[in-house]
Design a protein around this ligand. Structure first.
Ligand code: BDP
Length: 681
């Protein structure tokens, strides 16, 4: 073939290849552009001249194949907040909102219905008002484009190109967020570089904020508490020093001059070596309030994290409560205390954080981790909606029964205050955004639950599957079952019965229950958490141990205190029990552990089989990529099971039940594994 001919062929074929490439980049937004003939048959109108309202019209004009749609702003309908009301019949649908963004959310709801096969020709009438005001993604992205705990490639933010060049992915990202109702993003890592607040970075941030605005997304930044020292040359960052307050006031004014709707700051202070007010003998409240006062005139917010713990003899699980509970009532009304779902750190399963029941006079919000730091990175398929729901639905009893974490944070008990929820993003520059095609479901599910925490994991999974793959029942049903089972499966092969933090040091991929790093912090070591010895295993957090149970209200406290009433899923979180302790089904603890690990392995292997049978419903590219990842997951499950059982067996001295698949590894070999995975911060 001579060259010019070959080149012409390439030029002709390339656009086709790009058109049909199924790399997952379209996420759950796989709408087909309507043919001109269709678009002439119906009208999509709004009287609003607002950019966001016009965008809503555009989206429907491009993709809606149904009846006429009118998008109507009605400023009187305050109760709608940024939600919408949709009413209509076979001829015409009206979307009513009091804010333009509500029209865009309504437009995306219509497109979602269309794509999932919902009948919109019948009479419809429904109202959606979001559960939380601020529905936020926290990016742990560094300015050098590494992503702390990110498993989907480098950061999306091309800082070197900003503010002049705007990657097309910024807008795709904003659209995806808006389509599920996410309206706030923190662009940079909580372990924040002070540089983000320099004038040149503020210009870059402004470029993104300008682009996101049309999609209803506000930009926030993580700020380093020492910024006045590093950038301002002040001798300290004492929040009570007038020069420090003045520095922040000036910085905030500079930011708002560029970004009038800037959201505010997310702060990690006096945590894991980050600077904070305690460096100057001041409290978290004094630090937070100083910043809150600086942003208050502009309507800004401060998200102040409660993720604090020190290498003391005090149980790590108790420390955030010990520090923050006495401060309840001292925070300004534009501060929200951001609390991880559990008291340790995004484990496969944790009981809900006791602070949710303790800070009745403060605004508080949940922080979830969407990125799978402790759940097999982007190699394992773990659908996280059940984990999110488990926390949101947990009852704190702070105001009597049905004081769930959702209600403690959604304004039910503190009407009139701003409410929020955060998820640590799993997004990077990979073509499919999240590394694993199914990890997109976790971004989606987080957004949907932030919008409406009453949705079920099942309904969200079904929506996502239909939007991202197909409406074929023969695909939807088994994939939904697989997704719904996947979190429990991962718990079983990693850390069943309340075990936690027995991961490999630092990077947290894979098992290392024997892990011990000379001179390392005890609270980063697996033995600190599992306490395995010849007598048994588990962390005694009852009155005879660290008494962390006392941080929960009754009747939760009592329930957790007694191994007979403690949910078995949390047994070893709260109790150190003998290997021969009888579990609820009559098995010994040792046997039950063996069965759970084995069950986890079998389930992970079954996922592979399920997927293999679905080949005809999926494009080749995504089919093969998911298949390859499921294989890794099943192999990792065996690795986990063998590592933990063989290691614990050196203490229990008990045989692995004969019905359990024998370990295929030797403990000595597993103990030699050292993965060269870098953790960036
Ligand atoms: C832990 C991560 C660490 C984060 C920290 C945090 O291991 O990389 O910096 O949480 O949330 O989960 O601040």
């Amino acid at each position: 073939m001579n060259k010019p001919y070959f080149l012409t062929l390439l030029i002709v074929l390339l656009p086709l290849v790009t058109l049909f490439a199924e790399d997952g980049s379209q996420l759950w937004l796989r709408y087909q552009r309507v043919a001109p003939a269709v678009s002439q048959q119906r009208t999509i109108v709004t009287k609003s001249t607002d950019e966001t309202a016009k965008l809503a019209v555009q989206e429907l004009a491009d993709y809606w194949v149904g009846q006429d749609v009118e998008l109507k702003l009605d400023a009187q309908q305050k109760q709608l907040k940024d939600g919408f009301h949709i009413q209509g019949d076979s001829k015409r649908i009206t979307v009513i909102a009091q804010q333009p963004i509500g029209l865009l959310y309504g437009a995306y709801r219509l497109l979602q219905w269309q794509q999932t096969g919902k009948n919109t020709a019948d009479k419809i009438e429904l109202t959606e008002i979001p559960s939380f005001d601020i529905r936020m993604l926290n990016h742990w992205d560094n300015l050098d484009r590494t992503v702390e705990r990110g498993y989907a490639g480098h950061s999306l933010w091309l800082w070197d190109e900003l503010p002049h060049q705007l990657s097309p992915r910024y807008e795709q990202y904003a659209r995806a967020n808006a389509s599920v109702g996410i309206n706030a993003v923190v662009l940079n890592n909580v372990n924040a570089s002070p540089q983000i607040l320099t004038p040149s970075y503020i210009h870059k941030v402004k470029a993104l904020a300008d682009l996101f605005r049309r999609y209803g997304i506000k930009v926030y930044l993580s700020a380093n508490f020492s910024s006045p020292i590093v950038l301002g040359g002040l001798p300290d960052s004492d929040p009570l020093r007038p020069e420090v307050q003045g520095w922040w006031a000036a910085k905030v004014t500079e930011i708002y001059a560029q970004i009038p709707d800037f959201g505010g700051f997310l702060i990690k202070a006096n945590s894991e070596g980050q600077p904070g007010p305690q460096d100057y003998g001041r409290s978290h409240a004094e630090g937070a309030n100083m910043l809150a006062d600086a942003v208050k005139p502009f309507g800004g917010m401060i998200m102040w994290r409660a993720f604090v713990y020190n290498p003391t003899s005090e149980d790590r699980a108790k420390q955030a409560y010990t520090e923050f509970e006495p401060l309840d009532g001292q925070f300004r009304d534009n501060v929200i205390v951001q609390i991880k779902n559990g008291a340790i750190d995004f484990q496969p399963r944790e009981p809900f954080h006791p602070l949710f029941g303790a800070m009745k006079q403060s605004n508080q919000m949940v922080e979830f981790q969407i990125t799978q730091e402790y759940l097999g990175f982007s190699n394992h398929l773990v659908y996280l909606a059940p984990l999110f729901k488990e926390t949101l639905d947990a009852d704190t009893y702070a105001h009597g029964p049905v004081s769930t974490v959702a209600k403690m944070t959604d304004g039910t008990f503190r009407p009139g205050f701003k409410t929020a929820i955060a998820g640590v993003a799993n997004i990077g520059e990979d073509a499919n955004w999240t590394g694993h095609h199914f990890a997109q479901a976790n971004w989606y599910a987080y957004g949907r639950l932030a919008w409406n925490h009453q949705l079920s994991s099942e309904d969200i999974a079904e929506e996502w599957i239909r939007l991202s793959f197909t409406n074929e029942e023969a695909f939807v049903a088994p994939v939904k079952d697989l997704m719904l089972a996947s979190r429990e499966t991962a718990v079983n092969y990693m850390m069943p019965l309340g075990l936690h933090h027995i991961f490999a040091f630092d990077h947290h991929y894979g098992p290392e229950p024997w892990g011990d790093v000379a001179g390392g912090r005890p609270d980063w070591m697996p033995w600190y958490y599992h306490n395995a010895d010849v007598n048994g295993v588990g962390f005694d957090r009852t009155a005879s141990g660290s008494n962390a149970v006392a941080q929960y209200h009754e009747p939760v406290q009592q329930q957790y205190s007694d191994p007979k009433t403690c949910p078995e899923t949390l047994l070893l979180w709260f109790h150190h029990l003998p290997w021969l302790h009888k579990t609820q089904n009559g098995n010994t603890l040792w046997d039950e552990l063996c069965f759970r690990y084995d069950g986890g392995v079998q389930e992970a292997e079954a996922f592979e089989n399920t997927w293999d049978q679905l080949e005809k419903y999926v494009d080749t590219e995504r089919f093969a990529e998911v298949q390859a990842k499921l294989k890794i997951q099943a192999q990792d499950a065996v690795w986990w099971k063998d590592a933990v059982l063989l290691y614990f067996q050196t203490f229990s001295n008990l045989p692995i039940p004969s019905s359990v698949e024998k370990p295929v590894h030797q403990l000595e070999d597993l103990q030699k594994i050292k993965l060269d995975l870098k953790h960036h911060n």
